[in-house]
Design a protein around this ligand. Structure first.
Ligand code: GDG
Length: 519
């Protein structure tokens, strides 16, 4: 049975009683910025699916969210303890902001998180950059997040939910101070096989950090199994393969698969909002004035998303099957991300060159094969593009889940489009009715695009109906995580909320300098 957003709060209360919910993530749900009006501060809600799904729950529960205060005016609105009540128009919960310096951003966020863990987990060890100072800063920033959590829950029973790969060490740091707390973590990206993860010089520390959780969640069973294998071989944990647990120093960490999804209703509503038909007509007029079929891609500009591979397949299609020239146009939305990192900048340039060459080779005075949009569009505009498209192409080389595939299906209210989906996106495990492709095989991939575009309408409708019928929502996901986490917590002995001595600060002081030999 699908779970509705308004059922989340009673579900949480039933499972966790009066425990205070603390969410911990790198990104914050509200950002304060200076507005154009001199001296005025405005609030922005970053568009992320998870932040917008958790916000109503936090509003209903009145918990605390600990996150990096990334807005330029964030510091101007917090109290002495770095707290601000949100949402600003009707304050209901506390946002506790962590301040990151230029060096923190460079070494913890762009360094260890995004130039080590991200490429490693996406099977690109060749792109990892191992630097001692990245690691040291990652530890220190995790420590600051952990301290903020401990501050927030002093004397209270709490359930702490940590998000993602930026905060792998925080659970152990929190547990060391507050053994009574129930802790869960969701890892939004793949967990690589043992042979890849063992390349990490800090493998054992990272695993120890995460094994302090009561529940460790991944999108797929394969990622959960990879994690368990690493826990056994690299951290010496005792693994129970039937129960899917890893025990280290007497603490049991349960590991599970919880495939994330989207707010389906939000996309359906946006795709069917008044004025949508006119917008689609305008978009068609602009991108497919001769009645061409339209394909869409929406990705962050990231090497894990397989953009060059997608364009190679399209090039093959237009080269080998000239009948698709001037009959099929592709729109790629690719918002630049992490552009301070060389690998991202290289990718950006490569994509530009490739699109230019393809357009130069096949374009005509009245037809441009690929439209590359390198700016962020509002999500209701994305829903209209998804609805209008005859095909959506997702070509990830490695991807935890891939929400775009699900957003496309949710927005396809006319049920005429086809989803072309990489086998290497987590979403492919659930979306078997998509046309599945291998992005490493440009010719096979190109042939599959051709097959997808040639499917009779009835068949496209039938596949889309099956895809949309089996689409779960982000609330189902949250309900599954809470239910499993609640079962685990209720089976644990209840300890009083007592804080252990502050051993962590001492440990931190022993770290020494962050200096190293390499740039
Ligand atoms: C990580 C994992 C996992 C993109 N361009 C625009 C825009 N987007 C939105 C999409 C979608 C989101 O960004 C991208 O989500 P993905 O799931 O595709 O990928 P990651 O960002 O890498 O997310 C991934 C996810 O975490 C959740 O666990 O699925 O595997 O890598 O929602 O719509 N949104 C707007 N304008 C854009 O131009 N508004």
């Amino acid at each position: 049975m699908p779970i509705h957003p308004e059922e989340m709060e009673p579900l949480y209360r039933r499972l966790f009683d009066s425990r205070r919910l603390v969410v911990v993530s790198n990104r914050e749900p509200y950002e304060h910025r200076w507005s154009e009006e001199v001296g005025e501060i405005e609030v922005r809600r970053p568009a992320g699916g998870l932040t917008s799904a958790l916000d109503p729950l936090m509003q209903a529960l009145g918990g605390t969210w600990v996150a990096w205060g990334s807005g330029e005016a964030d510091a101007n609105v917090v109290d002495r303890d770095n707290r601000v009540r949100v949402p600003p128009e009707d304050p209901r919960y506390t946002l506790h902001r962590i301040w990151l310096t230029h060096h923190d951003i460079h070494r913890y966020y762009l360094g260890f998180a995004n130039q080590f863990l991200w490429p490693l987990c996406h099977l690109r060890p060749d792109l990892t950059r191992v630097r001692n100072r990245y690691w040291e800063r990652y530890r220190r920033v995790n420590q600051r997040f952990a301290e903020a959590v401990v501050d927030e829950v002093r004397g209270k029973a709490a359930a702490v939910w940590v998000q993602d790969y930026h905060l792998a060490l925080a659970p152990h740091m929190i547990r060391a101070r507050r053994p009574d707390i129930t802790l869960a973590h969701f890892w939004h990206i793949p967990w690589p096989p043992f042979d890849v993860f063992r390349l990490s010089p800090q493998a054992e520390h990272l695993l120890r950090g995460l094994l302090a959780n009561d529940l460790m969640g991944f999108h797929l069973p394969t990622f959960a199994d990879n994690f368990l294998r690493c826990a056994r071989r690299l951290a010496g944990a005792e693994v129970d393969w039937d129960a899917k647990t890893a025990t280290l120093d007497g603490h049991v960490c349960h590991v599970g698969a919880f495939p994330i999804s989207i707010d389906v209703k939000q996309y359906r509503d946006a795709a069917t909002a008044p004025g949508g038909e006119e917008q689609m007509a305008r978009l068609r007029q602009r991108y497919a004035p001769n009645g061409e079929m339209v394909g869409i891609g929406v990705d962050r500009m990231d090497y894990s998303k397989g953009l060059p591979e997608k364009f190679k397949a399209l090039e093959f299609l237009w080269e080998r099957y000239p009948e698709f020239r001037e009959r099929f146009t592709f729109i790629q939305v690719a918002v630049p991300s992490r552009s301070d990192i060389e690998a991202y900048d290289d990718l950006d340039q490569k994509v530009d060159r490739q699109v230019w060459q393809i357009n130069d080779r096949f374009g005509t005075p009245t037809w441009r094969p690929i439209h590359l949009i390198k700016q962020s569009l509002p999500s209701d505009r994305l829903a209209i593009l998804y609805r209008m498209a005859d095909a959506c192409i997702v070509s990830s080389l490695a991807d935890g889940m891939n929400l775009v595939a699900k957003e496309f299906v949710a927005s396809q209210v006319d049920r005429k489009g086809v989803l072309v989906l990489s086998l290497f996106a987590g979403a492919a495990e659930e979306m078997e009715d998509a046309v599945l492709i291998n992005p490493y095989d440009p010719e096979g991939f190109g042939l599959q695009i051709r097959a997808a575009l040639s499917l009779p309408l009835e068949q496209r409708r039938a596949s889309m109906d099956r895809l949309s019928g089996s689409l779960r929502t982000i609330y189902d996901w949250m309900g599954d995580v809470f239910t499993r986490w609640g079962e685990i917590s209720s089976a644990r002995p209840v300890l009083p909320p007592v804080e252990a001595a502050d051993t962590l600060t001492a440990e931190l002081l022993e770290d020494g300098a962050e200096a190293g030999y390499l740039d």
